[in-house]
Write a protein that binds this ligand. Structure first.
Ligand SMILES: Cc1ncc(COP(=O)(O)O)c(C=O)c1O
Length: 316
């Protein structure tokens, strides 16, 4: 969750509360042992407004449920109730702008490492304006010397707080070496993903995605972009297959996709220029398709947009 102000109303364990009262207790396994999973959901102001809509909320909540199952909770939050609560949180805060919502589920109480409850749940929202310059100019990535965690150690398909130590180490190294972010390889040397986004490549007119078995989070943005590329015929083919490191250098375009990164061009990797070193035409076409969908200008499949009622309620 990028920094900045937070909307004043938050939600924790069944109650709307002032955002600064949303806290996690030190002795909770969710803190000490990172026994915690989460979702980051984005809401977009609609083109031609007024109004905002959450993007692919139902699928974020499905993924959260699957993450909770792996976390081993006795009580898993009900996705329908979480959806209602998030919509209510947005409406109570009177949100009219692009927003990021964090929904965290954690082992509360003061139990040991294997405690299965009690379940704690918290939500906060903050404005998240579009980073137009980054979308146009792109980012530079370092292939990290840290390796992506494996499915048999700390499964990346679970959106667990614990997995982000791996991304943090790679990100710190990349920043120290003058890059914007990192790309991680699996222990076998295959391309996995960035610390908070999936990676796609354009090679010989094909859009290529490392598969969901390559140490990645099963990203909803990746799914959206691959679907749109297929439906709109943005490239001749769209394939999911293992990707070698040197294919990153040979690609004509590389892009990062995720709720936070949206659809961001990668213009350099390990001091090599990607393609012409500027945003490429496929990336640009995918950005146009993505943003017209999330902003309601193009038709979206059923359930992708959850509209927020535009009435500000008072108090908490
Ligand atoms: C490690 C990682 N990979 C990929 C993604 C992209 O997933 P999604 O598109 O569902 O947000 C994220 C973040 O959201 C992430 O943290």
């Amino acid at each position: 969750m990028a920094g900045g102000p937070v909307f004043s109303i938050g939600w924790q364990n069944g109650a709307f509360v002032p955002a600064n009262r949303v806290t996690l207790p030190l002795l909770a396994p969710g803190v000490t042992y990172a026994a915690s999973v989460f979702e980051g959901v984005r809401a977009y102001a609609l083109d031609g407004g007024p109004g905002v809509a959450l993007f692919r909320l139902g699928e974020h909540l499905d993924r959260l449920r699957r993450s909770c199952e792996v976390l081993g909770l006795d009580e898993i939050p009900d996705p329908a109730e979480m959806a209602r609560t998030m919509v209510d949180l947005m409406a109570r805060n009177g949100v009219t702008e692009d927003t990021y919502i964090r929904l965290q589920v954690y082992v509360d109480g003061d139990g040991e490492m294997t405690a299965r409850g009690p379940t704690g749940v918290a939500m906060l929202a903050r404005p998240r304006p579009q980073l137009t310059a980054r979308l146009e100019n792109g980012v530079r990535c370092q292939v990290s010397s840290w390796r992506r965690i494996g499915d048999n150690a700390s499964p990346p398909r679970v959106k667990a707080a614990a997995n982000y130590l791996n991304g943090r180490l790679a990100g710190l190294q990349a920043r120290a070496d003058g890059y914007d972010t990192a790309l991680l390889l699996t222990e076998d040397g295959q391309v996995a993903e960035a610390p908070g986004a999936c990676v796609l490549l354009v090679r010989d007119g094909m859009l290529v995605a490392p598969p969901v078995t390559a140490g990645i989070l099963e990203s909803l943005t990746r799914d959206t972009v691959l679907k749109q590329a297929r439906d709109l015929g943005v490239t001749a083919r769209v394939i999911e297959r293992p990707v070698d490191r040197t294919e990153l250098y040979a690609a004509s375009e590389v892009l990062l996709v995720g709720t936070g990164m949206e659809v961001t061009p990668v213009v350099g990797i390990d001091r090599f220029a990607v393609g012409a070193g500027v945003r490429g035409p496929v990336t640009q076409a995918l950005q146009t398709a993505f943003f017209s969908t999330v902003r309601g200008a193009a038709a979206a499949p059923d359930g992708w947009l959850t509209h927020i009622p535009q009435t500000k309620e008072s108090g908490t």
